[in-house]
Design a protein around this ligand. Structure first.
Ligand SMILES: Cc1cc2nc3c(=O)[nH]c(=O)nc-3n(C[C@H](O)[C@H](O)[C@H](O)COP(=O)(O)OP(=O)(O)OC[C@H]3O[C@@H](n4cnc5c(N)ncnc54)[C@H](O)[C@@H]3O)c2cc1C
Length: 507
């Protein structure tokens, strides 16, 4: 019997596979496609996920050392000036999704994970002890049993459907979004900003979401070639047998949105080149992330508009939130209820993403009332505190899991601290082991009974705490600000160790 089968080798399934393998569990990944998909969805990662990749040593593999946070971003097609707030934790990493998935597949293979491509999950039955899966693969139908199955099989997740987990939400069918790789004549490119000079609109900055009364326009000059996107609102029915999208469709849409016929041309280079037409938008959230031995991560658990690019920030952090808890369950030391905290922690985060993508979609819609709302929202976005709030929402820095103490860092994602010897926290977390950072030099004794599961790190660091217990997913499970933690704090530390890492082992 398998320990864990992951249905789907998209980015979130692969990230979960890596996390389980780091925690000593070898999952089997089943992927229905025989080869990695050429389809490109995400053009970048936005938010805490960028720092998370750094904390697993994966940022280096994609783009070298992590850089500073972004100086600006967009929210609902309005500029977020990230130099205004006191804290800025909004990192952006511009890499295509297929490169993220390829990197994670390589990492999973390095860690000994088997990815069986060309195998589709078609049936699922669970009882108290196991899940039986029906499959179809290159050699025909098959069946296997596993202690747990994780549906990482995307928005149309068969795992979710077979487990009987509802996916309530809304399907909105008025939006029409076209995206194309295209060239723009040099006379329209603004050399100073890299944006576009469009008659009647001044300079439209690069990568900016530019709203007009009839739609949205984005010009994204990626190093691999410019990408042009439009979003329009239409009451027209989807034509039956609609022909494949052409560059002419994109040109016509730009003209409707900007009121100007921007003479875009065919893309340069060998491609693959994108010509994508998307109709409508789904916003749905699984009503449970777990049903017995079946769990969901990523798009299988939640779908929403791609506006602002929050999908992988949410999904990859689901995977990291689930991996260590599921591994603990399989190793047999998980405290009661640990696996259920996956849902109680991650579903509210998904609810917030659903909320802000819907809010952004409302802010880009056509209409004078929306224009008025934008004027007001634009005024609010000149206030540093509002920008702080929105940036924290988009990065995930506002997430606080249930704390066990009243220390302000308890329940938060651990800050990017650097030890006095120059070691970054991100270097200490690559093994995904729980850590007790003890800057008091006095807490080692409290770890007795947990040393097989939790590593002790001593030293000094500039951070608003004297000790931090950090979970494998980067969240702080206990914190102290005392130079010499007293008995009550020590007791709270032992309670946190037990709450997250199980009962102490007699040594
Ligand atoms: C146009 C667009 C633009 C986007 N832009 C961004 C962006 O800029 N930034 C961002 O962070 N996010 C973006 N997203 C969202 C992001 O692409 C998704 O959140 C992401 O793909 C989810 O990954 P996943 O692994 O959960 O699912 P998927 O990527 O959908 O992977 C699921 C995998 O499961 C496999 N599978 C399905 N059924 C079965 C089965 N029965 N058995 C076995 N395997 C199966 C599929 O073949 C697939 O490989 C965008 C999405 C879209 C549509």
């Amino acid at each position: 019997m398998e320990d864990v089968v992951i249905a789907g080798a998209g980015p979130n399934g692969l990230m979960l596979a890596c996390e389980l393998a780091l925690a000593g569990i070898r999952p089997l990944v089943l992927e229905r496609l025989p080869e990695p998909t050429e389809e490109n969805r995400a053009n970048g990662l936005v938010g805490q996920v960028v720092r998370l990749l750094d904390r697993r040593g994966l940022h280096d593999r994609l783009a070298g050392p992590i850089g500073p946070p972004a100086p600006a971003f967009v929210f609902g097609a309005m500029r977020l000036d990230l130099t205004l707030p006191e804290r800025n934790s909004l990192h952006i990493l511009g890499v295509p999704q297929r490169r993220v998935a390829a990197m994670l597949a390589d990492r999973a293979a390095e860690l000994g994970v088997e990815i069986r491509r060309g195998h589709e999950v078609t049936g699922l039955v669970q009882d108290a002890d196991a899940v039986t899966l029906d499959l179809t693969g290159p050699d025909g139908p098959g069946r296997l049993t596993t202690r747990y199955v994780v549906g990482a099989d995307g928005g149309r997740s068969i795992t979710r459907k077979l487990a009987g987990i509802g996916f309530p939400g809304v399907t909105e069918d008025r939006t029409l979004s076209l995206t194309a790789n295209a060239t723009v004549p040099a006379e329209f490119v603004d050399p100073a900003s890299g944006g576009l000079k469009v008659p009647g609109h001044g300079v439209i900055p690069p990568f900016f979401h530019y709203r007009t009364e009839t739609g949205l326009f984005v010009y994204a000059p990626f190093p691999t070639g410019p990408l042009v996107t439009t979003v329009e609102w239409t009451d027209a029915e989807e034509p039956a047998d609609e022909p494949a999208m052409t560059l002419e469709d994109q040109r016509a849409s730009i003209e409707r949105v900007l009121g100007f016929a921007l003479p875009i041309g065919p893309p340069e280079g060998d491609g693959p080149h994108l010509l994508r037409r998307l109709r409508g938008r789904n916003t749905r959230l699984a009503d449970r992330f777990r049903d017995g031995r079946v769990l969901l991560v990523g798009d299988a658990a939640h779908v929403h508009s791609a506006i602002g690019g929050p999908g992988l920030n949410l999904g990859l952090q689901d995977a990291v939130g689930l991996g260590w808890k599921l591994a603990a369950e399989l190793h047999g030391w998980a405290p009661a209820g640990l696996l259920d905290t996956y849902e109680s922690e991650r579903r509210p985060v998904a609810e917030r993403v659903v909320m802000h993508t819907q809010a952004q979609s409302a802010l880009i819609a056509p209409g004078r009332d929306v224009t008025a709302l934008r004027e007001l929202f634009g005024e609010l976005l000149r206030l540093p505190s509002t920008v702080q709030h929105v940036a924290d929402l988009m990065s995930g820095a506002d997430v606080r899991y249930e704390p066990g103490t009243d220390h302000p860092l308890d329940g938060r994602w651990a800050p990017d601290l650097v030890l006095a010897d120059g070691t970054r926290l991100a270097e200490l977390t690559r093994t995904a082991r729980p850590l007790l950072l003890d800057f008091t030099g006095s807490l080692g004794e409290e770890l007795r009974g947990w040393t097989e599961r939790v590593d002790l790190v001593s030293g000094q660091a500039e951070v608003d705490a004297t000790a931090l217990l950090i979970r494998p997913d980067g969240y702080v499970a206990w914190a102290s600000g005392s130079a010499e933690p007293d008995d009550a704090e020590r007791k709270a530390l032992r309670a946190a160790l037990e709450r997250w890492f199980g009962a102490a082992v007699d040594m």
